[in-house]
Design a protein. Sequence first.
Lengths: 157, 157
Amino acid sequence: MTVKNNLPLALRAAYLALHRRTEARFAQHDVTADQFVLLATLARGDALTQRELGQRMSSDPSTVRAMLVLLERRGLIQRESHPTDARARTVSLTPAGRRKFRQLWKAGNSIRETMFGALPPDEAAALVRNLTKIAETLNQGCVPVRGPIALHSTEVA
Amino acid sequence: MTVKNNLPLALRAAYLALHRRTEARFAQHDVTADQFVLLATLARGDALTQRELGQRMSSDPSTVRAMLVLLERRGLIQRESHPTDARARTVSLTPAGRRKFRQLWKAGNSIRETMFGALPPDEAAALVRNLTKIAETLNQGCVPVRGPIALHSTEVA
DNA sequence: TATTGTTATACTCTATAACTATA
DNA sequence: TATAGTTATAGAGTATAACAATA
């Protein structure tokens, strides 16, 4: 079926267009699109462990570390030892990081509006719902399922 | 609005899930997900120039070249001088490349089915349509459009 | 002059495996 | 034994700029 066969490439084309546009927009702020995602993830749930952070932005622990090293060097994030687990380190935005994120969020607004505006108003919600469903389904059995992560989670579900 | 704000990350999560799953599936065939896209693009339109190829898979010319060098070394694609334009080179699949692509297409089928199956049947077509629309909209004014259209594009200094 | 492709270069993200130190 | 993080290492994709050959 055509729709089935076109779905993967259509998804890729849409994401790549978003990624490139975001990259271009944030270049003058010296932040990559993925670094923005990391900052945004921290802005929503501060004091995550590196592992939690990686899971929420679907990145490898060593990838996350590489990104954190870059951002820490620039004073946008900070890492502290976890209060109850000496193995872990909690990651949070510095005041400068928080400022930077607010800038970026503002700078990215027109992109979000462009995307949203391209859609029929009554179909946007279904799009987000279906994208989320696809992500969930594709991750089943692929992502290393871990135990009760929520034990360390500071965020209330 | 929540839908507007969640759209970019939902798109990213869905694509990354697809990308990782595809990467894992094709690893045993020694082909990356992006290399598969290149092969698929060639399978649909053989004898493209490198530039055309790059445009169709939305990749930079130098990126395309890097990928082609890898694939040429493995005998999956071949480059020949363009019949009428001595500057250009046409790219096409070798017989081995064609065989490889058929294998990959088959190997990827369950992923396409998983994605498609996760959607309400009456919403799949709209999803593809809206993803395509998003890609088109976001690429406007960002991608260097070539050919006749470029004549009207005076906005780039 | 504009365009196709190459080259050199650099950087981010990605990922695996071996390692430490804790749990 | 299992987990959090680090380190070393490697590779793919990305992108820019300077360049040659050709249109």
